[in-house]
Design a protein around this ligand. Sequence first.
Ligand code: UD1
Length: 424
Amino acid sequence: MSKLIVEGEHRLNGVVHIHGAKNSALPILAATFLAGEVCEIENCPLLSDVHAAIKILEHLGCRIEREGHTVRVDASQAGGYEVPDTLMREMRSSIVFLGAIAARTGRAQLSFPGGCELGPRPIDLHLAVLRQLGLCIDEEGGKLLCRVRGRLVGCPISLSFPSVGATENILLAAATARGTTTIFNAAREPEIVDLCNFLIACGAHIRGAGEGTIIIEGVDRLHGCHHRVIPDRIETATYMGAAAITGGSLLLKEVCPEHVQALIPVFEETGCQVTAWRGELLVNAPGRLRRIRTVRTLPYPGFPTDAQALIMALSSVAEGTSVFIETIFESRYKHVCELMRMGAHIKVEGRVAVVEGVSTLCGAPVECTDLRGGAALVLAGLAAQGITEITQLQHIERGYEAMAETLAGVGAHIVLQSGYGADT
Ligand code: UD1
């Protein structure tokens, strides 16, 4: 078992380079299987979730070459249609492979994706939309046995909620379906636009990416392409948070400021000065943060649920009381207990959390409960008096590349202690 040891109360100052977006890289890697030729993906972050996606591609028969942040996927000889339970359980977003596999091979055999720390994460929408496109799905003994009679057929699809994953599955299944698919109430996240741009570079006909209605005219086949993954907006939010909570100043490079538009006013409300240029973002923090009146998580372009825990860490040391309303996931406050161990004053009732800022947190041993909750504990540790020891780092490794090194590089006193003692 590894742990992060953070000594708090050191002001951060310097430059941080943001990696490629995890939530773009994963569906794009699934899409390389559909492209069926050689695709080169640049700016692919080195994360455990990305490794899991690559393992699935290898299992399906793709040949993978990696060099730094570039992944080359040769799917020309790949004909697999089954993903074993162990790989499905490694990450929940493995469900996005379903659309790609079914469209390319005409069948698919997957088990239900891994459990999730964010409360129940059903896949009913994914299955419903794929059925609408003509995929026959039998659910048997925890497995999804899927077959296409002939070819998938495009149709109008109205989503009851703009689910990111379900929109991705439709895009993957519809890109090579017969006829036109129109998605109403599609997710508008930048990662959806990135996936569409990747598919378009592979020869797909897609209009309306980033809007509520997306039109996909199916083509007979796709081809290989070269694509660069967009910057990770949640990693960007995390380092904005690191500057804010330490009263520091960080210049973030290789970011996309438009993708964090919903976050900038929140940081400004805390008293931070945020300056955006093309591809760069400078955050200058005040000595003491101010409270944020209300944070309500919403689908993009609203405030991202993935940044809720990060901003909660900030408000736990801000002057005044902040209110959070989590509307996307049922159970996304698991980090609260750990923040409270460090002295935060937080009350949760259902989907609402009320945070009464304290003047200082105290370092304590804490456990990551999920990816973004884990990152929130790191932020809290950077501000806390004394030493914070953070364990269960596998959650953080799903979404942050070299987090400890990056923070240490801008003045944090943070050490990653690998594999101490026996993991028994
Ligand atoms: C994606 C992101 C995740 C982010 C989330 C919301 C990836 C890999 N993950 O997750 O980081 O927090 O978007 O922005 O891109 N739902 C159903 N049935 C379904 C599908 C979803 O009820 O079939 C519900 C979920 O339980 C959840 C809500 O819809 O309450 C949002 O889920 P969705 O937008 O699908 O998120 P993911 O694609 O899983």
